[in-house]
Design a protein around this ligand. Structure first.
Ligand code: C5P
Length: 240
């Protein structure tokens, strides 16, 4: 597979066409952004770590029979994925209170939720990705009720796959964000990325944050934390 024309450059990734119909090439960048792009930095090595962690976790989804876009790594920072039209929703699954949920509902950070909570956010930079409900989604025609039901079911299946896998490796999955996409033949796939950029990963015993909150909150040691996650989930993807 050969890399083709640049289709899109986002905050953390570049997306290219390839010479294979329906296959895209994604290059992870070292750029870190937070608060809707207001805070920025270049963190050397972050792109490769996020890409490799995401590749490993998507491979786990495939092993669990969860349909997703990931095909393989082309290099530590580059991936081949199936082409999809991204559904303009960020689907957040939470196992414990943190971040915007802790703030909105006044719950202490780290308090376990009695069951997973699924939330929808409208992907719209201009509006700052607002929280939306199923009526808002219908009115804005962002997804069909069938797609919403399927996304909720798949998001919870991803949680059920990730929680025990990470727990065995000393990592508490506090919450994470998924994106979904639709292929040319209408298949709904888990897409985008699953990495410390999009998940809250805490050390299971100390509660130490091993994710992007280190960047958001100026805690330092961002790349070191991502490297620790990579080490714990196996490390060897054949690229040394
Ligand atoms: O900020 P909030 O608590 O709503 O984030 C919930 C989860 O979704 C966190 O794991 C965060 O990293 C992720 N997220 C993301 N991209 C966003 C917003 C949140 O990956 N634009």
């Amino acid at each position: 597979v050969a890399k083709g024309e640049l289709l899109y450059e986002g905050k953390a990734k570049k997306v290219y066409r390839t010479n294979v119909l329906g296959v895209l090439w994604i290059a992870y960048k070292d750029d870190a952004t937070a608060f809707n792009g207001e805070k920025r930095a270049v963190l050397e090595g972050k792109g490769a770590l996020a890409s490799r962690i995401s590749a490993r976790l998507f491979a786990l989804l495939t092993e669990c029979g969860i349909p997703n876009h990931f095909l393989g790594l082309a290099s530590p920072t580059e991936q081949l994925v199936r082409e999809v039209a991204i559904v303009p929703l960020e689907v957040v699954v939470r196992n414990a209170a943190a971040g915007s949920l802790a703030e909105r509902l006044g719950l202490p950070e780290g308090e376990a939720l009695p069951r997973p909570v699924v939330e929808w956010y409208y992907k719209n930079d201009r509006l700052g990705d607002p929280l939306v409900n199923e009526d808002h989604i219908a009115v804005l025609d962002l997804a069909t009720p069938e797609q919403l039901g399927r996304m909720r079911q798949l998001a919870l299946a991803v949680n059920d796959a990730l929680v025990p896998y990470l727990a065995e490796r000393g990592i508490r999955l506090v919450d994470f964000k998924l994106e979904f996409g639709v292929t040319a033949n209408g298949e709904l796939l888990v897409a985008d990325e699953i990495s410390p950029d999009t998940c809250r990963f805490w050390d299971a015993s100390s509660g130490e944050k091993l994710d992007k909150d280190r960047f958001r909150r100026d805690l330092g040691g961002v790349v070191e934390a991502y490297a620790e996650i990579w080490k714990r989930i196996g490390g060897d993807d054949g690229w040394s």
